[in-house]
Design a protein around this ligand. Structure first.
Ligand code: MOS
Length: 757
């Protein structure tokens, strides 16, 4: 694992890069000492509870707040009629990751755009009073007709004018797809559906606003980007940047729901502004379903191959729901153009407007859906062509990204296929569906491939390294650790740079006052912030060498002759290692601090492109009589460049696989389209996988040296664990039973209905 650019330190640091260090934030989390947004102790606190609309579309005619106001403890009720001033125009509500369109403006006017839209906030001395008061607020409406069923509106599907983040989706056609499809001897074409899903992190959205007077406030918020929320509050509520500090030191998961500032943050700060007091606002689990979702999507995938199993034509189109006010557009179909060789390929992606809150990126947005379609269809094609599902993938393997004709910085997907298959005993499988059984259980082996972006953030990302004369060593960045292990890996990178124990590095994250970082999303943080930390440390070493030149014997020090280990600096001019703290004190400083910036390699990206890959192998067991499904074991092999920490990396992938199981088997938001309202906004009826749903998961990281993808050779791990899972599960169920289920979630009734007679 040693990398030339990390030399000049003690060779093998037991807590450095590549070592399975336990989470540095583990002990305080386990002991309950890591504060989450709703837990900050703030004096003189008021509590706010949100009241939601009971209609889906229309206008508020009147809101009756008298009963709530009469309740002991209730201090005020804020509605669109009496709220403090907020920005007028949609432009002011844009954040750094908004999709094209007009962002929702909370409590802006009487218009109702979606079910459970906030219409009032009740503010009280206690949470209980606020909650009881909220139950007493009533409204009358003039309803307008609504549409929440995107399937009923597919004739209104449109192609958004502005591509999101400049990503061309869908890509242009290559070759002559229809002619090639028609001429090919083996072909499949089918429609795949996926249900609307909700992020449902363990921690609910919450904001504690500490009102510090003179328009100064500290906002403890659950978010994936403190500086994104800071900017949003400045624009939407008219604060000065310097007066608003946003803190998200610990985040209990988010999975995309915290990429954009949520209305809960806006409303909490609005309430604080109205009261000129500190406010705490936490959403209920039910209200979490009114913030954001993964859109329901229909895809059609057509694949055709020649007699040798080589793809001749790929057709992939998708139609997904979005809100009426924004074009939330995911990259659903592009993956089909890059994962396999095919001379002919055509893509389409359209949106349908429905009267819901805007969908938001969720857990590998686009790919989680698109790869379910593509990798199910590849499985179907393998049976049509009489080939092993793994074999047909190998026959279509590419080492060149097919849409933009760029080289991959690295692609060890073949190792994933082989190491995963070996571990899983893939070749112990008999090809015929329904041909493997044990007692009453039909057994199936299914597999799928996965691909996800491995890029650094497309903007400069910064981190600061500080060594103090008292011996303290600190890393600081406004990055968010949303539960993924960021604190730990950054400590390891810094520990390696100086040859110290990772536990001795103080890492400060999740604070808008720290050096700039974008939202934690797209699996880009480890590569981006990690590189910035590495740079900051290298700059700091150079500063320390400069400082050491002021010490006796250090006059002629050269950077390359100096080594750093155990908090000391060694050089030929010094008889013994000198403590870094002494170097700083000796040079007359209280501390030395340097900021490193990771700048994306835009020129390099014109030649090569970074992706992480995976291969997922699933064993399905279906009870022949009852249809009950079990997944006793899953093997996932991942190619994600250099692994900073095999322990936290494994946890990331385990989490991704479990989310994939949720998508594949359980998670489904159900709307009563007559009312336009969500019916199952609770964990009793919206199922997420529990322990009993999850069997053995084995994670393999294959070797994948990569010197181009990012400064430390790191690719992201947040999403690659998820993307192949749903298709692998569906494919395993098909192999077990002969039932091809093309609709997520795969429930027992769907397996039964798809069973061949
Ligand atoms: Mo991720 S869906 O970019 O938080």
């Amino acid at each position: 694992m040693a990398d030339g650019r990390l030399s000049n330190t003690a060779a093998s640091n037991p807590s450095g890069i590549g070592k399975p260090v336990s989470r540095t934030d583990g002990p305080i989390k386990v002991c309950g000492r890591a504060p989450y947004a709703a837990e900050y102790e703030v004096p003189d606190l008021l509590h706010a509870v949100v009241v939601g609309s009971t209609i889906t579309r229309g206008k508020i005619l009147s809101i009756d707040t008298a009963a709530a106001r009469a309740l002991p403890g209730v201090v005020d009720v804020i509605t669109h009629e009496n709220r403090p001033h907020a920005a007028l125009f949609s432009l002011s509500y844009l954040d750094t990751v908004s999709p094209p369109g007009r962002p929702f403006k909370p409590l802006h006017n009487a218009d109702i755009l979606f079910d459970d839209q906030p219409i009032a906030i009740v503010i009280a001395e206690t949470y209980e009073s606020a909650r009881d008061g909220a139950a007493l607020v009533t409204a009358t409406y003039r309803t307008k007709s609504h549409h929440t069923d995107y399937k009923a509106r597919k004739d209104k599907a449109y192609k958004p004018l502005i591509p999101r983040f400049g990503i061309a989706s869908p890509p242009k056609e290559r070759g002559k797809t229809d002619a090639a499809f028609d001429a090919a001897p083996f072909k499949v074409e089918a429609t795949y559906e996926s249900a609307a899903n909700h992020h449902n992190p363990m921690e609910m959205f919450a904001t504690t606003v500490a009102w510090e007077g003179d328009d100064n406030l500290t906002v403890y918020d659950k978010t994936q980007g403190s500086q994104n929320v800071q900017l949003y509050l400045k624009q939407a509520l008219g604060f000065k940047m310097k007066n608003v500090r946003v803190v998200n030191a610990y985040v209990g998961g988010a999975f995309g729901s915290g990429l954009r500032p949520q209305h809960s943050a806006f409303l909490a700060v609005l309430a604080a502004k109205a009261m000129q007091r500190s406010i705490r606002l936490m959403l209920t689990r039910a209200q979490m379903f009114s913030l954001a979702y993964r859109p329901d999507t229909t895809q059609t995938v057509g694949l055709a191959c020649d007699a040798g199993g080589r793809l001749q034509a790929v057709r992939h189109t998708a139609v997904a729901a979005t809100s009426r006010h924004e074009d939330h557009q995911e990259t659903v179909v592009n993956w089909s153009g890059m994962l396999y060789a095919s001379p002919n390929a055509r893509f389409g992606h359209k949106l349908v407007k429905v009267d819901t809150v805007s969908p938001t990126d969720m857990r590998a947005p686009g790919a989680a859906i698109g790869l379910f379609g593509l990798e199910s269809a590849m499985d179907e094609l393998s049976y049509a062509a009489g080939l092993d599902p793994l074999d047909i993938r190998l026959r279509n393997y590419v080492d060149h990204e097919q849409i933009t004709d760029r080289a991959f910085t690295s692609k060890a997907l073949k190792s994933c296929y082989f190491e995963g298959a070996e571990r899983f005993d893939w070749w112990g499988r008999t090809p015929e569906p329904g041909s493997m059984r044990q007692g009453r259980e039909l057994i199936g082996y299914g597999m799928a491939g996965g691909i996800w972006d491995a890029r650094v953030a497309p903007m400069p990302v910064r981190a600061r390294a500080t060594w103090r004369a008292d011996g303290g060593f600190e890393i600081a960045a406004a990055a968010s650790d949303i539960g993924t292990g960021t604190y730990t890996i950054l400590a390891q990178i810094a520990a390696d740079a100086f040859g110290v124990d990772a536990a001795s590095v103080a890492v400060k994250l999740g604070d808008s006052t720290l050096p700039f970082n974008p939202v934690e999303g797209g699996s880009w943080m480890a590569a981006s912030t990690g590189a910035a930390v590495h740079k900051a440390c290298e700059k700091l070493k150079a500063s320390l060498v400069k400082a050491a030149r002021t010490l006796p014997g250090g006059e002629d020090l050269k950077r390359r002759d100096v080594t750093f280990a155990d908090g000391s600096l060694s050089a030929p001019g010094f008889a013994a290692p000198v403590r870094i703290a002494e170097v700083i004190a000796g040079a007359g400083h209280a501390e030395l601090s340097e900021t490193g910036t990771n700048i994306p390699d835009l020129l390099g990206e014109r030649k090569h492109v970074g992706y992480a890959h995976s291969a997922v192998f699933v064993e399905a067991r279906v009870d022949e009589d009852l249809g009950v499904l079990r997944l006793p074991r899953i093997v996932i092999a991942v190619a994600a460049g250099r692994i900073l920490n095999p322990k936290t990396a494994r946890s990331q992938i385990l989490g991704g696989v479990v989310m994939g199981l949720g998508q594949a088997l359980h998670e489904e938001a159900l709307t009563d389209h007559r009312l336009g309202r969500l019916m199952n906004h609770n964990f009793a009826e919206y199922h997420i996988p529990a322990n009993a749903d999850v069997g053995d998961i084995e994670v393999i990281f294959v070797e994948e040296p990569d010197r181009q993808v990012s400064a430390l050779g790191v690719k992201g791990l947040g999403e690659i664990g998820l993307v192949g899972v749903a298709a692998a599960v569906a494919n395993a169920i098909f192999h077990a039973t002969g039932a091809r289920v093309r609709s997520l979630p795969i429930t027992i009734d769907k397996i039964r209905d798809a069973r061949p007679l």
